[in-house]
Design a protein around this ligand. Structure first.
Ligand code: SAM
Length: 218
């Protein structure tokens, strides 16, 4: 989300308040939250153009790697922006949106569950988890990574605000501050037993047959 340096055009990530405690930040994922960070053009953190650029990258890269996209799972899907994007890039693909917010589940019909324990139906070609982990406590984040590994057969797209992102790159006015700030190393250690980084926020399951050249991975 809003990252203003070094590329001012990069979309922002909602802005963090430093938290050390083990409990979930008391964010109400209600109508006001989504209006402020996603819908109001004066306060929202990401433009439609930025979303489209990201989508072109993700689907272009998966195409390049030869990963088909027939079933996509969006954990913490928010307003479900990836649903429309997926329909444009892969019109026949199936989209499943999962949310913890009762407000969104009622409004959009998403499945109500935590990313940490959503069971799903089989495995998915693409699992999206964008700007969600920073809202999870340590234990929930560990369980969510294990769950990603269980649910994904093709690739995961992950976007997470880290401590360094917050200190160096986030637009603090426009980014939600009620989040957990952790080092990238903390996340890498959790991901390493299950995934290889393919760069650009894309992670491949350890048993993926996709060949990455030496310098392509993260
Ligand atoms: C910053 S928004 C991102 C929404 C969407 N992924 C996007 O990028 O547009 C964070 C979302 O994560 C959801 N969320 C927070 N904790 C969650 C959890 N444990 N499981 C699933 N969703 C969660 C919130 O309800 C909120 O909609």
């Amino acid at each position: 989300m809003p990252i203003v340096k070094p590329r001012p055009s990069r979309p922002g990530l909602p802005a963090p308040r430093k938290r050390a405690g083990p409990s979930r930040p008391v964010t109400a994922f209600d109508e006001a939250y989504y209006r402020r960070f996603y819908l109001d053009s004066d306060t929202r953190v990401r433009s439609g153009q930025a979303e489209e650029r990201l989508a072109r990258f993700v689907f272009g890269y998966l195409g390049h790697l030869g990963i088909p996209v027939r079933r996509a799972l969006d954990l913490g899907c928010g307003l479900g922006r990836w649903r429309g994007i997926l329909a444009r890039h892969h019109p026949r693909a199936d989209y499943t949106g999962v949310e913890i917010s009762p407000y969104l589940c009622e409004k959009y019909g998403w499945l109500r569950s935590s990313a940490a324990d959503f069971k799903g139906r089989g495995r998915y070609d693409l699992v999206l988890c964008q700007s969600v982990f920073q809202y999870l406590g340590d234990e929930e984040a560990r369980n969510a990574v294990a769950n990603l590994a269980r649910l994904c057969r093709g690739a995961v797209y992950l976007e997470i605000i880290t401590k360094r992102d917050w200190e160096l790159h986030c637009n603090r006015k426009m980014t939600d501050g009620k989040i957990y700030l952790r080092d990238a190393a903390w996340y890498r250690k959790l991901l390493a037993p299950h995934f290889r980084s393919a760069g650009g926020g894309i992670f491949l399951p350890k048993d993926s047959p996709v060949v990455l050249y030496d310098l392509e991975g993260g």
